[in-house]
Design a protein around this ligand. Sequence first.
Ligand code: PFF
Length: 447
Amino acid sequence: MANTSNRNNRPTEQFSRLGFIMAAIGSSVGLGNMWKFPYITGENGGAAFFLLFIVCLVLVGLPVLLAELAIGRSGRASAASAFTRLGGGPLWRGAGLLQVLTPFLILSFYIIVVGWTFHYSILAFSGRLFATSDFGGQFDGFITSYWPIFWQVVAMIAIAWVIAKGVSSGIEKFNKVLLPIMAGLLVLLMVRSITLPGASEGIAFFLRPDFSVLTPESALVALGHAFFSLSLGMGILMTYGAYVDQRQPLGTATVAIGIGDLIYALIAGLIIFPTTFSFGIAPDEGPRLVFIALPAAFSAMPLGWLFGGLFFVLLAIAAITSAVSILEVPVAFAKEQWGWSRTRSAWTVAAICFAFGMPLGLSNGIMPGLVIGERTLFDWIDFITANILLPLMGLLITIFAGFRWKAAAESTGLSQGWLRLWLLALRYVAPILMLLVLLYTSGVLAF
Ligand code: PFF
């Protein structure tokens, strides 16, 4: 495999324009859209929360997204060095390293869930998923077996293989094939779910605005989710930014990515709520929703094995296209830092991440001793990354692009008016809100 960096270890690989937008949407549409977004929307006033989510996306999400892309494209380096290449001092090197460590940690547990989606796809299509009515027991039986480790290996090998193939023949091609399939499955499942008897109640729960249940807490939840949903603070968009053509307008790309993410989230809600409501099942959050509540609903519908199977394939695609994007961050770092080839970097990082992630997978069941306080190792890494490291990285990015990096304005190619708005959001709105999110998610600020 040719080394795809020049002598300064700067990336020379490049996305096509459309390929970049598709890869970024592939990254943003993930488990967050499917198992978190519908639930928190339903809990926080349906369409009222959805509107709040859009406001957060526009006020904070998109400005930070644009900042990450601009830093990445101008720095033309891995997420660890982009800050320093643009004039940041040693402390910014530290922030950069944290920005590589964070995705490594996230991947170590996310890949386990990718493996679960593979297992459940096969289980559904083979009919074995529906051979029981105790879906909770079935899920517990699965995660306390050795099967998750097997699937963790398979999922890790799959993403390492894509990343080893490179930016355009790996990441870009992978997303160009899978994104349309995902869109087709979403629409198909949405049509199935909104035509179920009693679906309208689910649609109403999801989309009827109830402003009375909105609280300041809802705003922080919406903000945190807008951030996670766009894959911000994980070094992904900074790393991808380094592969974007210098002439591609970043503002347009940012808006396209935001709209793409939003549409997928909306459709995911239109699948999940009508389906669960139609069969009188409580729409839970996280694994309980996806691996327990939904199978129960699918089992009760005609051709449930087919729609259930397609649903898990949809979930697997959403998850794996996100996992690919996050592996690229430490891989780009390894290439740059040690001058390794892409192939060597991909397989080495994947192997280390797997080794690190194995105890996390085991902590879910087989080794109940791997629990610290009230959380398993798996839950700890999830908690620390989502609630502390991500908002912290978000805050640092806004500070860097808003105040530290002098050439931020020229780097985006925005027109004067948009530029002013962007800088306003980046300097005054986003940092304050990100700080509030950080205080809230880390438990310092309580309601
Ligand atoms: N936007 C992604 C999601 O909603 O799932 C966030 C993400 C998580 C990206 C984990 C990549 C990843 F490995």
